[in-house]
Design a protein around this ligand. Structure first.
Ligand SMILES: Nc1nc2c(ncn2[C@@H]2O[C@H](COP(=O)(O)OP(=O)(O)OP(=O)(O)O)[C@@H](O)[C@H]2O)c(=O)[nH]1
Length: 217
């Protein structure tokens, strides 16, 4: 298992607010417009449970998300993933759900990479088309079986506590996972996404993105 900063990948359909979420987490601020970069990388030291933790967040632009989300290089060495959708865009949820599905399915080892599914723009309640998840109450933010968590949030509403709590929980989970992996004999494969077979399967799955999907979550 690699050392170094905890690498968190942020993925999701174009315009769902990935950059807004990350900027809100790191700075506490919300700007209404963000430059559309193919990739933004932020390296910071954050305080979690009284300890300084180095993190690296890669915020991947949502254009061509099907291709990017199946990019082996991008997914190969991450410690945690945040998949953002907009509660006002059903297709963005379908895309997010498809990414979660294949990641969970392909993680056959005992140390799955933690994944957070984040429903952004919950301030736009009148335009909501995806069912409500918990509002970020700390007690409700729980890891479900196979290591994923789902929450609504808003990058622009008054309080940024949900986003901060979600990232905190993710960092704690990454920390736990690294500790468990470091205590495990090396012969166990801990990288879930290394097989070309998985990559091919992934690419096939992404070809269904534009079809209507039935929620299974
Ligand atoms: N109402 C509302 N608007 C938001 C929120 N988060 C982001 N937006 C708006 O949504 C638009 C897209 O936000 P971005 O952060 O650029 O989205 P992105 O997912 O990074 O977009 P790409 O980089 O193109 O993939 C911007 O106009 C934001 O101001 C939110 O929580 N609520």
């Amino acid at each position: 298992m690699k050392g170094g900063p905890f690498h968190i990948l942020v993925l999701g359909k174009e315009g769902v607010g990935k950059t807004a979420v990350v900027v809100r987490y790191l700075t506490g601020r919300y700007l209404s417009e963000y430059a559309h970069a193919d990739e933004n990388v932020y390296e910071r030291t954050v305080n979690v449970d009284g300890k300084s933790v180095s993190i690296k967040i890669t915020d991947v632009g949502g254009k061509n998300i099907e291709r990017k989300a199946s990019n082996k290089d991008l997914l190969f060495k991450v410690d945690g993933v945040v998949i953002v959708y907009s509660v006002t865009d059903r297709h963005s949820f379908d895309v997010a759900e498809a990414i979660v599905d294949w990641m969970k399915k392909d993680q056959k080892n005992s140390f799955p990479i933690p994944i957070v599914l984040l429903g952004n723009k919950c301030d736009l309640d009148h335009s909501r088309v995806v069912a409500k998840q918990n509002a970020g109450d700390e007690d409700e933010l729980e890891w479900r079986n196979s290591g994923y968590m789902i929450s609504d949030c808003s990058a622009c509403s008054g309080s940024d506590t949900t986003i901060v709590k979600v990232f905190k929980k993710l960092i704690q989970k990454i920390q736990e996972r690294r500790e468990m992996v470091s205590r495990t004999p090396k012969k166990l494969s801990t990288n879930p996404l290394s097989s070309p077979r998985l990559l091919r399967a992934t690419l096939r799955r992404f070809s269904v993105f534009n079809r209507e999907r039935t929620s299974s979550m």
